[in-house]
Design a protein around this ligand. Structure first.
Ligand code: FES
Ligand code: FES
Length: 79
């Protein structure tokens, strides 16, 4: 199984807009964390597209090991 790169061991606080689609970086290599910038090319990872259900602050996983992508589920505490 592929291991993602840990971008940071804590979530990224971001402001999302309801109904808008975002691409969360799953590989950990993006320079535009927590979003995909295309750096995953050739790694076997693909970004996770998601639509924000509500507008406001969200905590997106920075460690890339969450079981609830794109959201932080606390897994970073165990890394
Ligand atoms: Fe990480 Fe695209 S750059 S998934
Ligand atoms: Fe990845 Fe919290 S930052 S689970």
């Amino acid at each position: 199984m592929l291991e993602p790169t840990i971008a940071q061991k804590e979530p990224y606080e971001v402001e999302l807009e309801a109904g808008k689609t975002y691409h969360w970086c799953a590989c950990g290599l993006s320079k535009k964390q927590p979003f995909c910038d295309g750096s995953h090319k050739g790694t076997g990872f693909v970004p996770k597209a998601f639509t924000a259900p509500t507008s406001g602050t969200a905590w997106l996983c920075g460690c890339k090991h969450t079981k609830d992508a794109p959201y932080c589920d606390g897994t970073h505490e165990t890394l």
